[in-house]
Design a protein around this ligand. Structure first.
Ligand SMILES: *[C@@H]1O[C@H](CO)[C@@H](O)[C@H](O)[C@H]1NC(C)=O
Ligand SMILES: *[C@@H]1O[C@H](CO)[C@@H](O)[C@H](O)[C@H]1NC(C)=O
Ligand SMILES: *[C@@H]1O[C@H](CO)[C@@H](O)[C@H](O)[C@H]1NC(C)=O
Ligand SMILES: *[C@@H]1O[C@H](CO)[C@@H](O)[C@H](O)[C@H]1NC(C)=O
Ligand SMILES: *[C@@H]1O[C@H](CO)[C@@H](O)[C@H](O)[C@H]1NC(C)=O
Ligand SMILES: *[C@@H]1O[C@H](CO)[C@@H](O)[C@H](O)[C@H]1NC(C)=O
Ligand SMILES: CC(=O)N[C@H]1CO[C@H](CO)[C@@H](O)[C@@H]1O
Length: 897
């Protein structure tokens, strides 16, 4: 079957790319008739209309739909929902169970809205503009909307050199190119993170920033699409959606004229605020593909301790599995009792353990593989097009099936597998979980003829020798329902789902949609097919896995790290940036990657593989990367099977760099935890590009080699290979060196020299009060017993500063007690006010006031003079250091007189 099918795919793909070369011509598309608005009803907060084809159909990629329904809803003062559907057919839409739609305010309407919807009836076009200034943000004028069964097109004009961010997942610059640039949304296994191509996940949201304000546009659609940014038509920049299914479901977000972080919060209102993660998960994680056996793993743990480099969590890749089958251990290389011994050792030392879980499950009828047998009994596998036999792929264990996350028993099945294998009493008591290959990736189109894929299939560890478990153990109390809710599923009988007329620029294999993944005609229990839901597979595995982890340890926060995401995934899970190489360019581009996830898409628990995954790193690169990685929210060192060992202790410079940067990171861990708590509350970004804080400073718009860690700590790493200097930009504000608190006045670029390989420039932005631990510790458990100190970093404009601290037990989803403190500094008076429900059990050891002009005559704590020997002023740096040594359980005031 495969050779013929492959040939068919290849031919159709060729034809389709020919077709798109012809028809994607903007002149051809702009000559389409578009629509006319009829029967317009304006209810104030809502507008509806029929859109009727406005002339002779152009049928570029299928027949134009004759009549559409337009529905415009003012959902709140900052959000307009614009939806265009075909009322005559049941078209696919992202299911509510995947992304529940945001609620609208009853009082919303054009009178109170910050943005307004406008339209012309004939030819129909619409625009969204700012209510106050009438500045147009989005306009389809002169670009007719095209709506065909397998092709939707919407295009807007934007200013020349528009500042566009988002549309991830990509490995391109944070500020996107605007010349002949295509962002393709179609999840794929993208080893090497090639630039300009589709990667693992999909976030069809863009932010556009202007000096007059920042706004956002979210297209809620999970079908394959190309979003094109271009400037070759001489009319500024254009942004064009080319979507191969679903409906046009836009959320226009007003953002703000002065504070871009408002827009981040508005996006969180639509897709959900991010999950809080356990405090310990901010500790350092070590992993690699290729730890040969349990002895290897145990040695890495003891080597870290011997090197004095904090190790919070040890990870194991697929190496632990028996024949690479999930929910198994290799009895010879990773015998269960020895792995349990490792877990016990880690837990006794306040450390954690995490294992990899893949979605692809070995297809092993009659072999006694419990997971396969139980899943088969429950009938939870994704089905082939005919809906009767499981869809097969080829992944790590060889031929595999894939769970159907839409199946009504999928969660029960997954919970049960987690309870059996990750059982504290009889299995492996993991603390978090890592999910991979969930695009879903398949090495080839089964049955594979591709020699590369065949070779990978055969590259298996030695076979197991122990006897398999009883495959017939009943687990489900009742027979799984075999009902399939097909009635509501969209009808694709007339569509070409293998090779739609418009070919998106998929870079997997030959470019066919089904290449190296589940085929587009594979069927879910609810009747949906992968053509529509492909981009949701990783997201659904994420939410199901998070559910299974929450069921294992009810009431506790979970850490799930996934590879594939969709809009909204961050509400449940974190993400690593996937498989790249140990290169200096990837070291740098990881910053744009984490800024996208943590600054825009609401997936703040994010990090790149430190020191690089594929290929070999070296001492200098790994040292620089250890220090940059200390400011990824999720900090993990991870390497590929064929790469040299790259644990931080392998080289002296790298080891020292890691110790230094980890010390800084751990001192900031409560500040990071507070930023996550704020993000959970209102969607405020955990990482920020410079322009979020300096939206009028055009110098900042393209900077993606520096970033803010939390609201006010600026990270400015050395970027160039083996270099000890870097050009950094400090915007118009004071920036205080993290260690010395010496201030630099910003407003220009600075050439930093002699940045040795064990240090990274970290500065505190003026206007901040930071709660720091006095020093890093080996584990976060020990860290939480360490005293706090406060740093006051006054702003340039008015010398004020403020900050906050949120603390709880670090693990409970709903903590019984919490402590929430705010810090405000003005005119020599630091006011620490708050609620102290959670006992910190530690002291505030001191306060350091930066940029103090002269030594004060006296310092008081709650009105009482602080002894002179507890006050030290350094005139060279302007730092006033006041020792307090008071229990951190109530509010206090420190005044400089
Ligand atoms: C498009 O419309 C024409 C004429 O109405 C019809 O013959 C043809 O089958 C349609 N094509 C598709 C793909 O539906
Ligand atoms: C709204 O659209 C109408 C019709 O095209 C146009 O005359 C009017 O100027 C637009 N209003 C704004 C504020 O753009
Ligand atoms: C745009 O990019 C494509 C793909 O990289 C290339 O083939 C084409 O020549 C480019 N077109 C222009 C006008 O630069
Ligand atoms: C369903 O499709 C699969 C994959 O193409 C095939 O192996 C199987 O025989 C088919 N089953 C039936 C009942 O047609
Ligand atoms: C590296 O630079 C830092 C910061 O300037 C300095 O404290 C440290 O002593 C330097 N290390 C070495 C080995 O020179
Ligand atoms: C902590 O503060 C208490 C007083 O509140 C003091 O007695 C104690 O010595 C302090 N501990 C340290 C380590 O400074
Ligand atoms: C951003 C970056 O450096 N990406 C590189 C990742 O690895 C591939 C090779 O597989 C390079 O082509 C990319 O440039």
């Amino acid at each position: 079957m495969y050779p013929r099918a492959a040939l068919k795919f290849a031919l159709l793909a060729q034809l389709a790319s020919l077709a798109s070369a012809t028809y994607s011509d903007p002149k051809v598309l702009d000559a389409c008739p578009g629509y006319q608005a009829k029967n317009v009803f304006n209810y104030g907060h809502k507008l509806t209309a029929d859109l009727v084809l406005g002339g002779t159909a152009c049928n570029v990629f299928g027949n134009d739909t004759e009549k559409l329904k337009l529905e415009v809803t003012y959902e709140n003062k900052d959000r307009i929902h614009v939806k265009i559907t075909d009322p005559a057919t049941n078209r696919y839409e992202v299911p509510e169970e995947v992304l529940s739609r945001p609620k609208a305010d009853l009082s919303a309407g054009p009178q109170t809205s910050n943005i307004l919807f406008n339209y012309t009836a004939s030819p129909f076009s619409f625009s969204v503009y700012r209510a106050k200034t009438h500045e147009v943000l989005f306009s389809t004028a002169s670009h007719p909307i095209i709506f065909e069964p397998q092709y939707l097109r919407v295009k807007t004009n934007l200013p020349a050199n528009a500042n566009i961010y988002g549309l991830g997942e990509h490995s391109d610059s944070f500020r996107l190119p605007t010349h002949n640039y295509t962002r393709t949304m179609w999840s794929r296994d993208a080893y090497g993170l090639p630039q300009g191509q589709n990667l693992y996940g999909n976030h069809p949201i863009y932010f556009e920033h202007r000096t007059t304000g920042t706004h956002g546009v979210f297209l809620l659609n999970s079908n394959g699409m190309d979003i094109k940014l271009d400037d070759t038509e001489g009319t500024g920049t254009t942004l064009e959606y080319n979507v191969i299914g679903g409906v046009l479901d836009f959320y226009f977000l007003a953002g703000s004229e002065s504070d871009p972080t408002e827009l981040v919060r508005q996006y969180a209102d639509v897709v959900g605020t991010p999950a809080e993660v356990p405090y310990w998960s901010f500790g350092f994680h070590q992993c690699r593909f290729g730890y040969a056996n349990y002895i290897d793993v145990s040695q890495v743990i003891t080597n870290y301790a011997a090197a004095g480099i904090p190790l919070e969590t040890m990870w194991t890749d697929i190496d632990y599995m028996d024949r690479r089958r999930v929910f198994t251990v290799d009895p010879q290389y990773f015998p269960l009792n020895r792995v349990r011994e490792i877990v016990d050792y880690l837990h006794a030392h306040d450390q954690k353990y995490i294992l990899m879980t893949d979605p692809a499950i070995a297809y092993a009828p009659g072999e006694g593989y419990g997971t396969f047998d139980r899943g088969t009994a429950a009938d939870v596998w994704l089905k082939a097009a005919n809906g009767s036999s499981p869809f097969l792929g080829a992944v790590w264990p060889g031929v595999t099936v894939f769970p159907d996350w839409f199946h009504p028993m999928a969660q029960t099945f997954w919970n049960n597998e987690f309870n059996l294998f990750y059982n504290p009493v009889s299995g492996i008591d993991i603390d978090g979980v890592w999910i991979d290959m969930n695009e879903p990736a398949s090495f080839c189109n089964y049955p594979c003829t591709d020699p590369f894929a065949q070779a990978r299939q055969q590259n298996l560890p030695p076979p197991r020798t122990s006897s398999p478990p009883d495959p017939n153990t009943p687990i489900f109390g009742e027979a799984p329902p075999s009902v399939r809710k097909r009635a509501s599923a969209p009808d694709h009988s007339k569509d070409n789902v293998q090779s739609p007329p418009y070919a998106i620029a998929n870079h997997a294999g030959s470019g066919a949609l089904s290449d190296r993944t589940a085929y587009t005609d594979a069927r879910h229990a609810n009747g949906l097919i992968e053509y529509d839901t492909h981009n949701l597979y990783g997201h659904m595995m994420s939410t199901t896995t998070q559910g299974a982890m929450a069921a294992r340890r009810p009431g506790l926060k979970t850490l799930v790290i996934t590879r594939s995401t969709f809009a909204g995934s961050g509400a449940k899970v974190g993400k690593w940036l996937g498989d790249n190489l140990s290169t200096w360019s990837q070291y740098k581009s990881s910053i744009a990657g984490i800024l996208g996830m943590a600054g825009i898409y609401q997936v703040p628990m994010v990090g790149a593989d430190i020191c690089g995954f594929g290929g070999n790193t070296n001492e200098n690169m790994c040292a620089r990367w250890a220090m940059l990685g200390a400011f990824y929210p999720f900090m993990r060192n991870h390497a590929d099977l064929s790469a040299i060992s790259q644990e931080f202790y392998r080289w002296p410079t790298t080891a020292q760099a890691a110790r230094n940067a980890l010390d800084t990171r751990y001192r900031l861990l409560d500040y990071l935890y507070t930023a996550f708590h704020q993000a959970k509350k209102d969607g405020s970004p955990v990482l920020r590009p410079l322009w979020y804080a300096f939206p009028k400073d055009t110098n900042t718009f393209a900077i993606d080699s520096q970033f803010f860690f939390g609201p006010s700590v600026l990270i400015s790493p050395v970027i160039d290979a083996d270099s000890t200097s870097v050009d950094v930009y400090y915007p118009h504000e004071l920036f205080y060196d993290f260690h010395t608190l010496a201030p630099t006045t910003g407003g220009s670029s600075v050439h930093l020299t002699n940045v040795n390989f064990t240090s990274i420039p970290v500065s505190i932005m003026g206007g901040a009060v930071l709660p720091l631990r006095t020093q890093g510790q080996y584990t976060t458990t020990a860290l939480r017993k360490t005293d706090f100190e406060l740093v006051v970093a006054p702003s340039l404009a008015d010398g004020r500063a403020h900050g906050s601290l949120y603390l709880d037990d670090g693990v409970s989803v709903v903590p019984l007690m919490h402590t929430s403190v705010s810090f405000a500094y003005e005119k020599g008076r630091l006011n620490v006010q708050g609620w102290y429900g959670y006992a910190t059990g530690v002291n505030v050891s001191r306060v350091r006031f930066a940029n103090t002009k002269s030594a004060p005559k006296s310092v008081t704590l709650n009105g009482k003079t602080v002894a002179a020997n507890k006050v030290a002023f350094d005139s060279s740096t302007g730092v006033l250091d006041v020792t307090l040594g008071i229990s951190f359980k109530s509010s206090f005031v420190v005044e400089l007189h």
